[in-house]
Design a protein around this ligand. Sequence first.
Ligand code: PLP
Length: 437
Amino acid sequence: MATETMLSDVFPLGSRLNEAGRLEVGGCDTIELAREFGTPAYVVAEDDLRSRARAFLDAGRQAGRQSGHEDFHVVFASKAFPCTAVLALFAQEGLWCDVASGGELHLALNAGFAAERIVLHGNAKSAVELRTALERGVGLIAIDNFDEIDRLQRLVESHGAGGAGGSSDVQRVLLRVTPDVRGETHEKISTGQADSKFGFSVADAAQAIERVQAVDGLSLAGLHAHIGSQLLDLEPFRREVAELAKLGDFEVWDLGGGLGARYTADQPQPPSIEEYVSTLLAGASAHGMGAPGRRLLIEPGRALCANACVTLYTVESVKQNVSRWVAVDGGMSDNLRPMMYGARYEAHVADRFDGDTRCELAGKHCESGDVIVREALLADPRPGDVIVTPATGAYGYAMANNYNGVPRPPVIFCKDGDARLAVRRERFEELTARDVG
Ligand code: PLP
């Protein structure tokens, strides 16, 4: 009989195989969930999200006590899972929120984040996005480039900081700096290298600082950097802190996100949340960023939500040529990461975990590259079987699309055996909802 011990921490906290050998997430039987809500579906263990948020905050409190750094905030990078239920949960847990567009700003405000706890990022912010941020009283705008300084200056000079309706006299801003630190990760998600599209180069930082300080309606609170995503080594974060510290003494230091997650049980463990936070805080203190009156922000996305979610699919067909092709009812429309980054996942039949049939788990889309998991070991899958891929909480829902006219899946929140629909499945009518002619 299947036992709980077969599940690795790639699965959401509290997941287990029940007496019938079926996967349970948040106390809910995934075969029942597939029956009730259909597939594909994102299944989120609510307690997992909460416990990771609390782990970050606790780690900050603990490391802060040791390093003397008390003013520490965890800013959820909303791009990782921009779903209202997820955002609202993190707002409740006391996190702040990072947004990278007007749309993400709308989502964050709508989910209940106080405007002053929101940080706006982006390398190509429009005047409308900036003006909305000013009007809504966003806490910090991370300025990316000289053109944006000009644009913001024009806005605060013509409307005042706080835009047309805001209350504050000055808008607090950060400068995004690219510290020329490269961590080991996929090139598409590496951002700290000198030749990055994000931020000011170290060489331009001094001029940018001067330019912002000369604008009456702007107050330069500090610096921001984000060196990359899915980083499994802490050394680049130490270098990031050291490089930033060379640029001056500021009130706010926003060190970005980037802590990696484990996607398959055979991948190495990433550093723990505690190790990551204590490394950043120790580095910050060593470089004077922990002095009284200094505020430290970090912006985890993936590490907060990747492992909190699994995706359920149903097998539509099985065929054998050189390989055994198991085709399911989703694919690159609900998880673009295998196509974008060659990302690896694991897969299981949700009620027969101990599989040894080598299969290519294929998506339903008209692209040969639409393969969700290559060389998955599955238990003789047949049409109608429910397949589960764990660790799909980060950048899955976020990058979901309608390729081949496939409606986007629902998000189901599970807790203590209760399942609630947080986002319903998209309908075919919604595929034509924006047509005007
Ligand atoms: N902050 C910024 C500015 C980012 O661009 C990103 C990701 O692209 C993040 C935070 C979150 O990164 P991660 O999900 O790797 O923690």
